[in-house]
Design a protein around this ligand. Structure first.
Ligand SMILES: [Fe+2]
Length: 251
């Protein structure tokens, strides 16, 4: 695995080619002085929005208990399907989390343990990966307990899946470094923490005390994940940018 960003012939910046840069700036000036009938991207997007439907829907409860629960909540002005949609989203993102850490385990297979940040090991990564899998099962169980179908791809689950594609792509790119992978995992963990916090508020609003307790436990684990990944990234950056020896860095 590549662990260091090399100095090289990157020619993407304007200053790498002053002559071409001059031409480019001249074209930009020309465009400013003679505006072309360019496509109005905003108008185009608004036109699409007028015709667009939502990203899927949430199916009604699949059993009598779920139907009764939804009816009871509706009497209080609560919309159970919104809660089920967010639970579906959490399940989707936790599943993505498992894939992200699986990809990290693959990256670590050919890494030199002496060059890794202190504490970063396959065992530590597997522990977090297994937490994400446990969280997925916890959310799936919560959906079923509310009378939903845990195999449903809800609208928010669909959106979370698309969001996760970028993260998964970076993790599975053979060129990405340890630091870039850790940065990607940190983004996922920050989403995890905020999303569990929001889900706990919703579960509390629906009076689901047992879920609140279980979700708080999951949140505590996610906070630990975030701290650990952030620490590994901090050490990796100090090693790469400041030349500090991995063995002498604080954990
Ligand atoms: Fe996590």
């Amino acid at each position: 695995m590549q662990d260091k960003i090399p100095l090289g012939l990157n020619r993407t910046g304007l200053k790498a080619s002053p002559l071409i840069a001059k031409d480019l700036l001249e074209v930009m000036d020309l465009q400013d002085s003679t505006p072309m009938p360019a496509i109005d991207a905003t108008a185009l997007r608004l036109a699409y929005r007028e015709q667009a439907e939502t990203v899927g829907s949430v199916p009604p409860p699949t059993n009598l208990k779920g139907m009764l629960g939804a009816t009871k909540e509706a009497v209080m002005g609560h919309k159970l399907h919104v809660f089920l949609d967010k639970l579906g989203e959490r399940a989707a993102f936790e599943r993505t989390g498992v894939r992200l850490y699986d990809a990290m385990l693959t990256k670590l297979k050919d890494a030199d343990p002496d060059l890794l940040p202190p504490g970063l090991s396959p065992a530590a990564v597997r522990e977090i990966r297994d937490d994400e899998a446990t969280h997925f099962a916890l959310v799936a169980d919560a959906i079923e307990r509310l009378g939903g179908d845990a195999t449903t791809q809800t609208p928010c689950a669909d959106v979370a899946g698309v969001q996760g594609q970028g993260l998964t792509q970076v993790m599975n790119d053979p060129r990405t470094t340890t630091s870039q992978a850790l940065n990607t995992l940190l983004a996922a963990e920050l989403i995890d923490v905020a999303s569990w916090e929001l889900l706990i508020e919703l579960a509390d609003g629906f009076g689901q005390d047992e879920m609140v307790s279980q979700f708080n436990h999951a949140l505590a684990r996610e906070l630990e994940h975030e701290q650990r990944v952030r620490g590994w990234l901090s050490s990796a950056l100090a090693q790469n940018a400041l030349g500090r020896d991995a063995g002498t860095m604080p954990q």
